[in-house]
Design a protein around this ligand. Structure first.
Ligand SMILES: Cc1cc2nc3c(=O)[nH]c(=O)nc-3n(C[C@H](O)[C@H](O)[C@H](O)COP(=O)(O)OP(=O)(O)OC[C@H]3O[C@@H](n4cnc5c(N)ncnc54)[C@H](O)[C@@H]3O)c2cc1C
Length: 338
């Protein structure tokens, strides 16, 4: 998908951490050409719809069946699975992969748990790039860290539009839906003394929505002999490492490799191997995402000063090679074979 992605995405030059009040740079991770040399791949930002289109365009016609909601899944015996669809039909398959997100039906059937509200809410908006000052033209990801909240912003749609997300702590979420249209004055009110750049984005954005952030506990294993989980269904995580969708893609690549190399169609073994390969990495990223919920939101004071002082040493290409340099596509086949 490399060519298609490079047309839709923005190739990010740096990840910048900024002070909430005055845009002062606290740390920067160099990406662009340096990132490519260090990690072997560019760091892209994308609009979700563009990623979906690129993925869909890779599929042969009629592979994708839309509007077919899964209502339940069963392993009737030693072989295969039965998927019950909401229209009453049943599909049979060798293996079922629950890729149905944080509110996953497959996860609920397998594990019996439910998503819980994390106490964080995010306001999200899009801005036409021409409506922002030239200082926003730089292809970078900006993260402003402030008391009780942080703001992330980056270009998408090959630079034509700009995305921002403003994350805050909110003890309770009352709406029955997990995403609702947002009210601009409610969104902007707490940012009165934040940097003018942050306030300008909030004033200019259209299509503002607010989202409750949900999570599920990490499972000790992803149960099922012919059923497994990928992405948020397997391991939803707070978006504070910007990694959950990346991990879903890595899951898919590793799972495919495990199934391809499954000898004698031993799918149960292939699914176990997939889980063993993925769990340690996911656990580490999950823990870091949770920790950032605390460290990103420190009130001004000694802990915040210590955090700011430590950021340049933490956000280096060397420290992050394990994260951004991981290449799911080149797993040694011998290691993957069950
Ligand atoms: C505010 C926010 C910011 C984020 N930022 C980043 C980021 O910067 N980088 C990053 O990597 N990740 C980020 N993420 C995480 C990312 O959005 C998710 O991890 C990713 O979408 C998970 O992909 P998925 O395919 O597992 O699930 P989803 O994207 O949720 O897709 C699940 C799909 O399953 C379908 N579905 C659900 N139930 C059923 C059913 N019963 N039957 C059939 N189909 C069903 C849904 O309609 C949907 O199409 C962010 C998330 C949030 C909330």
């Amino acid at each position: 998908m490399g060519d298609a992605l490079s047309r839709e995405a923005v190739n990010i030059e740096a990840l910048r951490f900024l002070r909430w009040k005055d845009d002062r740079q606290l740390a920067a991770l160099p990406l662009g050409r340096r990132g490519l040399e260090e990690f072997g791949a560019p760091y892209y930002t994308l609009h979700r719809a563009d990623l979906h289109r690129v993925l869909r365009d890779q599929l042969p016609e009629e592979t994708l069946q839309l509007g077919a909601a899964c209502a339940g899944v069963k392993e009737p015996g030693d072989r295969g699975v039965h998927l019950a669809l909401a229209d009453g039909s049943v599909s049979e398959a060798d293996v079922a992969v629950g890729a149905d997100g944080i509110h996953s039906t497959v996860r609920t059937v397998l594990a019996g748990d439910a998503p819980h509200y994390t106490g964080h809410v995010i306001y999200r908006g899009l801005i036409d790039a021409g409506k922002l000052p030239a200082s926003f033209d730089e292809p970078v990801v900006r993260v402003w860290m402030g008391p009780g909240r942080h703001v992330v912003a980056y270009p998408v749609e090959a630079g034509r539009r700009f995305y921002f997300g403003a994350i805050a702590q909110l003890p309770h979420w009352h709406a029955p839906e997990w995403t609702v249209p947002a009210d601009r004055p409610t969104m902007t009110a707490p940012y009165g003394d934040w940097s003018p750049a942050v306030r300008q984005m909030m004033e200019t954005a259209h299509e503002i929505t607010s989202w409750a952030l949900f999570d599920r506990p990490m499972l000790p294993s992803w149960p099922g002999r012919h059923i497994t989980l990928i992405g948020d269904a397997a391991h939803s995580m707070l978006p504070f490492m910007a990694q959950a969708a990346n991990q879903a893609v890595e899951d898919a690549i590793v799972l495919a490799a495990c199934l391809r190399t499954a000898r004698a169609k031993n799918h149960a073994q292939a699914l176990r191997r997939y889980e063993q390969l993925r769990q340690p990495r996911i656990d580490r990223i999950h823990r870091l995402s949770r920790a950032n919920a605390d460290t990103f939101h420190l009130a001004d004071g000694p802990r915040q000063q210590a955090r700011d002082a430590s950021l340049p040493a933490r956000w280096t290409t060397q420290n992050l090679r394990w994260l951004y340099g991981y290449d799911a596509g080149h797993l040694d086949r011998r290691k993957v074979a069950p």
